[in-house]
Design a protein around this ligand. Structure first.
Ligand code: NAD
Length: 497
């Protein structure tokens, strides 16, 4: 059985704890690996090493750090097939989708290659007579990342390339469901020339997370996962005086206006609701049918949902793969049962899907609900599976109110041909990432990623300039170089003359 261990101080290490978790291939349902679940002392040891590495890494010129990022970028490209296959074999999503997610992570590395430019400070000559002032951004120290199962390469890569390029050292705690990519990325960083101890991976569960939250030498915590855990991380990291950004769950609405190009909206929704089997924080899980568009929308969607090609992620013809674990499959099926009980109309039922040759895989067919109401749990809660709920509203105002009233505010989009409606939507909607005729409005690396409301706890979004702000502290220096003694003691608040 393949054993996935930790990566500390430039090498794979077993750690002290003997606890292990099971890793399944979701396509077959077979256990293929075990992962070491670290202890508090495993985490503390990695932090000590990262703290020591910070002493020298933080002093390296930004151009030196950028050159390592350039080399890392090359190595990811060279090894992209292997990394993609790791994602498919542990997460289950289809190969091309997994590759796309790796590339979105790579884009953050590309942004980090330009770190000397974005770390440049500000300078004012003569803030007062013969006095100059300048601001610099300095690294924080040891930073930690805690990541979810659904993007085993991309989400860690939202964090550590930015943190490291800014001069910090990093300890990553990946999801215990699909940890292989993180270890491989650590090896590639080493190959790219990153000094030992700058990037470390401790695998594990809540034990390692709690050890991160109380370790005094960790200065900042980046978290991505479900909302209850994001809130727990936010509260406890702050209580322990850490900087924290904690991204949570979502329920993304796609508003379909009667004037839109309906085929475009339907195709957009198919990819956004069923791509990656709905296991995306930017999945569109609610279609809001405005005015008289509902019947046409449901009729077009249902034909496509029934025709979805479902199969193993390595099969080139598959459009949708399995869910990540058996437990998650049961949870998603439970939500579909609940929706039926709550009175929504189940137009397409994927619960009984069986794939010949893959009978033990964690598959469910696409599910489509119509006439979902806002008081139903299937509307209020994140299902995180291939289940699309259609809610009908009488007009645009009711549709936007629905989106704004929801507890989550990660992403949303609108399909319309009316520029005024599109602009009003973008301006008024209380959501962090908005698409106009774009189904999944995930910002590219040089913009920043983050939701509003209970989809993000903290101030800064991920990567881009927000990432630089999160992983650095601002220092402002004011200086004067008098050539003789020109001033007497001053006892009043200095003002610039
Ligand atoms: P999760 O919250 O179960 O786990 C995330 C991380 O927290 C993992 O590393 C896990 O080991 C750890 N964890 C789990 N339970 C914990 C506990 N009780 N105490 C401390 N740590 C704990 O999330 P998941 O199931 O891995 O991922 C899916 C969730 O992530 C969805 O809600 C999805 O919307 C969200 N997500 C959000 C974004 C975003 O950008 N907002 C992106 C990707 C995923």
């Amino acid at each position: 059985m393949n054993l996935i261990q930790h990566f500390v101080n430039g090498k794979i290490t077993p750690g002290k704890s003997d606890k292990k978790g099971k890793i399944f291939n979701p396509a077959t349902g077979e256990q293929e690996s075990e992962v070491k679940l670290g202890s508090k002392s495993d985490l503390d040891e990695a932090v000590n090493i990262a703290k020591k590495a910070f002493e020298t890494w933080s002093l390296k010129p930004p151009i030196h750090r950028a050159r390592i990022m350039f080399k890392f970028k090359e190595l990811i490209e060279k090894n992209s097939d292997e990394l993609t296959k790791m994602i498919v074999s542990e997460h289950g999503k289809v190969y091309e989708d997994a590759k796309g997610s790796l590339i979105r992570g790579l884009e953050v590395v590309e942004f980090a290659c330009g770190i000397p430019q974005v770390l440049k400070g500000e300078f004012t000559e003569n803030v007062g007579t013969d006095i100059d002032s300048w601001s610099v951004r300095q690294p924080l120290g040891v930073c930690a990342g805690i990541t979810p199962f659904n993007f085993p390469a991309m989400v860690p890569m939202w964090m550590f390339p930015m943190a490291i390029a800014c001069g910090n050292t990093f300890v990553l705690k990946p999801s215990e469901k699909d940890p292989s990519c993180s270890i491989r990325l650590a090896e590639l960083l080493k190959e790219a020339g990153l000094p030992d101890g700058v990037f470390n991976v401790i695998n594990g569960d809540k034990v390692v997370v709690d050890a991160i939250l109380i370790n005094k030498d960790i200065k900042a915590v980046s978290f991505v996962g479900s909302t209850p855990i994001a809130k727990y991380i936010y509260e406890n990291a702050a209580k322990n005086e850490k900087r924290v950004q904690a991204l949570g769950g979502a329920k993304n609405h796609c508003v379909v206006m009667p004037d839109c190009d309906l085929d475009q909206a339907v195709n957009g929704l198919m990819g956004a609701a069923y791509g990656s089997a709905g296991e995306r924080c930017m999945a569109q899980s609610v279609a809001v049918a405005v005015g008289n568009v509902g019947d046409h929308l449901v009729s077009k969607l249902s034909k496509k949902v029934e025709a979805l090609k479902i199969g193993p992620g390595m099969d080139k013809t598959s459009e949708m793969g399995p869910l990540v674990t058996k437990e998650h499959l049961e949870k998603v099926k439970g939500y579909v049962d609940l929706g039926v009980k709550e009175g929504a109309k189940l137009v397409v039922d994927g619960r009984n899907l069986k794939l010949q040759g893959y009978e033990n895989g964690f598959y469910i067919g696409g599910c489509l609900f119509d006439h979902v109401k806002k008081n139903m749990r299937i509307y209020k809660e994140e299902i995180f599976g291939p289940v699309l709920s259609v809610v009908r509203t009488k007009d645009f105002e009711e549709a936007t109110q629905l989106v704004n009233d929801h507890e989550f505010g990660n992403g949303t989009s609108i399909y319309t041909r009316d520029g005024d409606v599109g602009r009003t939507f973008a301006s008024k909607i209380k959501v962090g990432m908005v698409g106009i005729n774009i189904p999944i409005p995930v910002p590219v690396a040089f913009h920043s990623f983050g939701g509003w409301k209970r989809s993000l706890f903290g101030d800064q979004h991920m990567h881009g300039i927000e990432g630089v702000r999160f992983y650095t502290k601002l220092k402002t220096i004011t200086s004067r170089w008098p050539s003789g003694i020109r001033s007497n003691p001053e006892f009043i608040m200095p003002t610039m003359k």
